[in-house]
Design a protein around this ligand. Structure first.
Ligand code: DON
Length: 597
């Protein structure tokens, strides 16, 4: 069996965040947010890079690539709205961050339209090709192979271009072709290779070297691009130009679709021209919940993100988190125990709702939250082998990522999480299209109970079937005040870490009155019931988590790891402050820089 990549990115990388959190022990009763934080929080102590926070009055974009934020802000300044800006930003990012995303991938959008106060969820997730089948990633001994991660067989049918077109249609103000201009320029003229891209190319060197177009693009002279070098992508530029002129259909039918499919199948992949022509974005009903006076709106299945986020918030709503104090052992322990149980439910009950029944109402119900809360011993960790997924009522109910947050002066808000899955996706560039394909098929269960690249244990409901969408953790989320105005747009990459990152940043703002800068900067933890060995039942924590708190968690029976880990998500968010100013924040763990107008 070929060795499987375990991490969505190779190695640990987190910008040093100054010791900062201990002063944030807010007190007082829980009222509707946003509230002012009650403790002194000198900005100089927490921001290691001033470029990762921007204050703006007319609109803001937070993305994990400066070129993407700038592309979005340019569009806002040119008279576009949040829907235009997010499209321009995502296209730009799909050029400059091929380690994380690209038009060979997919994503989810959650939007709020200020004029009529409506929200919607658009699902542009990849689908399994029609020739996909349940056991396609098992070897003769029934063991998972690396084919779900490496090479063209790992790719689902890409949805990102269709998704962006749907976001724009009827909502955007500027012409579609205008929104592709920054991306075309970046692909044609080039951009400076950043540290994460360089690291990922090095990490996936062996896979990239297998495919001539991948090697020609990403391993010039046999060596991966290095930080500071200038990367041009002329084939991708030509593809983007065709999309600007021909619209999204030019990706799904005609010469680009034919070349993508030809190259993919010639190298052993499954995507046919019919698969591309048949791709559809699905409009879904966002999940809605109330949390301490705020309305939380998040993404439904086939993401597990929204349902788990709401389940965990429901559990937390029964505790006086403020009285416990931010970062206290009790706070961290209760979070970890909540996460452990939520991910157990995920493993058993979630998948593509168009193929399997997903008990969302039960997962997000007060009853389920109460059952989880009452199963938590606040004085002792419950080992994961004693935590099982819950059982919903018998009658079934009906049946390497980037996040970009945008807000505009009109009050529109968009959160869009997009991905080609793990670092550099499948490593396969589809012929002359210049399109790097995703390896999203790894988000399916290769076999029930098998772990994916994020260590997530997945069940029968997430098994592979033609045209099915793999279960995701992407969690674009909006938080609205009592007046129905969006005051927080949040999202993150990080696979399984996405949901817990969004949860903690949201709670830091709502429960502890932190501003988004601080809420994003302070250390986070993660638990997901089971992770990959060794120490599969563990809390992962940012390395700057208070050592005293870590010692207390160990004393409560937890295994805590802070070294050699992936980052605990990389949140890109925007907060609307009381006076209408927008605070756009890129997680200090990311390379992001927001832009405002
Ligand atoms: O949909 C998911 O949950 C994963 N495919 C997301 C991958 C991810 O976040 C990697 N990030 N860079």
């Amino acid at each position: 069996m070929a060795e499987r990549t375990v991490w969505w990115r190779t190695g640990w990388r987190v910008a040093p965040v100054a010791a900062l959190a201990l002063a944030v022990l807010a007190s007082g009763s829980c009222t509707a947010p946003p509230r002012a934080a009650t403790s002194p929080r000198p900005i100089a102590e927490r921001s290691t890079d001033a470029t990762r926070v921007v204050r703006a009055r007319r609109g803001a974009v937070a993305a994990a690539a400066p070129e993407a934020s700038r592309a979005g802000a340019e569009v806002l300044a040119a008279g576009g709205n949040a829907f235009d800006a997010v499209v321009a930003a995502v296209f730009a990012m799909s050029v400059t961050r091929p380690d994380e995303t690209g038009i060979g991938g997919g994503g989810f959008v959650l939007w709020h339209h200020a004029a009529d106060g409506t929200q919607g969820a658009l699902d542009g997730r990849e689908v399994a090709p029609s020739a996909a089948h349940r056991d396609m990633y098992l070897d003769a001994a029934g063991q998972p192979t690396a084919e779900s991660l490496d090479g063209p067989r790992a790719a689902g049918v890409p949805g990102l271009v269709a998704l962006l077109a749907r976001v724009h249609q009827g909502r955007g103000r500027l012409p579609w072709a205008r929104l592709l201009q920054p991306a075309i320029r970046l692909a044609e003229e080039g951009f400076v290779v950043g540290p994460t891209l360089a690291k990922e190319l090095e990490g996936r060197r062996e896979v990239l070297a297998r495919y001539p177009e991948s090697a020609a693009l990403f391993l010039p002279g046999g060596r991966p691009w290095q930080v500071g070098e200038w990367l041009r992508q002329p084939n991708l530029a030509a593809t983007l130009r065709a999309l600007a002129e021909g619209g999204p259909e030019a990706f799904y039918t005609g010469p680009i679709a034919e070349e993508l499919s030809r190259a993919c199948r010639a190298a052993g992949g499954l995507i046919t021209p019919e698969d591309l022509a048949g791709y559809r974005v699905v409009e879904r009903e966002p999940l809605r919940a109330e949390y301490r006076g705020s309305r939380v709106i998040s993404f439904p299945p086939p993401s597990s993100g929204g349902a788990l986020l709401i389940q965990m918030l429901n559990v937390m709503s029964g505790w006086d988190l403020q009285a416990w104090g931010w970062g206290s052992p009790r706070h961290l322990h209760a979070l970890a125990e909540t996460m452990r149980r939520a991910y157990a439910d995920r493993s058993e009950h979630m998948g593509d709702p168009d193929h399997v029944p997903v008990p969302v109402e039960w997962l997000t119900s007060r009853e389920r939250a109460e059952a989880i809360r009452s199963s938590i011993d606040l004085a002792r960790a419950t080992p994961s082998d004693r935590v099982k997924p819950g059982a919903p009522p018998a009658a079934p109910e009906s049946p390497h990522t980037a996040h970009i947050s945008v807000m505009d002066v009109e009050g529109n808000a968009v959160g869009l999480t997009h991905t080609i899955n793990t670092g550099v996706g499948s490593g396969f560039v589809a012929g002359a299209t210049g399109v790097l394909l995703n390896n999203q098929m790894d988000d399916f269960a290769a076999a029930p109970g098998a772990q994916n690249a994020f260590g997530l244990v997945q069940g029968e409901k997430n098994s592979i079937a033609p045209h099915k969408r793999p279960l995701s953790s992407m969690t674009p989320t909006l938080v609205l005040d009592e007046g129905g105005r969006v005051y927080l747009v949040l999202g993150s990459p990080g696979g399984s870490h996405i949901i817990t990152a969004v949860l903690q940043v949201l709670s830091n703002v709502v429960d502890y009155g932190m501003d988004l800068d601080l809420a994003t900067s302070v250390p986070r933890i993660h638990h997901q019931w089971w992770m990959e060995p060794p120490e599969p039942d563990r809390i992962e924590a940012d390395p700057d988590l208070d050592p005293e708190a870590i010692r207390s968690l160990i004393g409560l029976g937890h295994v805590v790891r802070t070294e050699g880990l992936e980052v605990v998500g990389e949140v890109q968010g925007i907060q609307r402050l009381g006076d209408g100013e927008m605070l756009a924040v890129s997680d200090p763990r990311s390379e992001g820089q927001p832009a405002g107008y």
